[in-house]
Ligand binder design. Sequence first.
Ligand code: 13P
Length: 255
Amino acid sequence: MKEFLIAGNWKMYKTKAEARAFAEELKAMNLPNASSVAIMAPFTQLDTLVEAFKGTGIKVGAQNVHYEKEGAYTGEISVDMLKEIGVDYCVVGHSERRQYFGETDETVNRKLKVLIDAGITPILCVGETLEQRNQGMPQIVIGNQLTHDLAGLTEDEVRHLVIAYEPIWAIGTGVTATPEQAADMCGFISGMIEGLFGEVCMSRVKILYGGSMKPENAEELLSQPSINGGLIGGASLKVDKFAEIAIEADRLSKL
Ligand code: 13P
């Protein structure tokens, strides 16, 4: 039986009131696979969601963290602060953070370490630009990102990761990778984890696809053997669309 993770990434959307309303609607749907569902929310909405989802199994995650334990880092949030709120996940290395906020493979690597130490599951994002894909080298780009992002991590640490393959050209564009392209790259990532950390580790690491996933394409993407779920941006902002994807994953997990 395939275990999926269906994770919404709200990015910089939703106020506290909107988050609360979304949570109430989602809870009312009584998703059959609630514990395989998670929402990555803005920092200021995390406590609201943790509180609202208490007892439902639905998980909550942050979208970023700082790699130092504490210190003079104005505007940053530490792993202990996230832990205190009770989040289960944290997105690391999203392409928007790499592109607009100077996230590097080195900072990604440090963030992964502090999160794993704290028992928060990182969702590590990797992905190539359209230019890189057109030059025929998505594997080289993803291979490089993974090698640097995971540098110095042990097999025991890496098995706690979720990795999201998010081709940059498919994020927020409405253009989805074809199921074959997505499956190919998720399979490549899986093979790399096996090569670097062994088969047991590979079998534990969930690999998600992200990039314009929506109810209309969820089945063909999620039914690919190498894809264990989705990191969903736009479609996670509407409770009915998000729930539809989660319900589809539940159906596929029982086939
Ligand atoms: P979209 O689903 O809006 O393309 O966003 C994907 C994404 O970046 C999730 O992290």
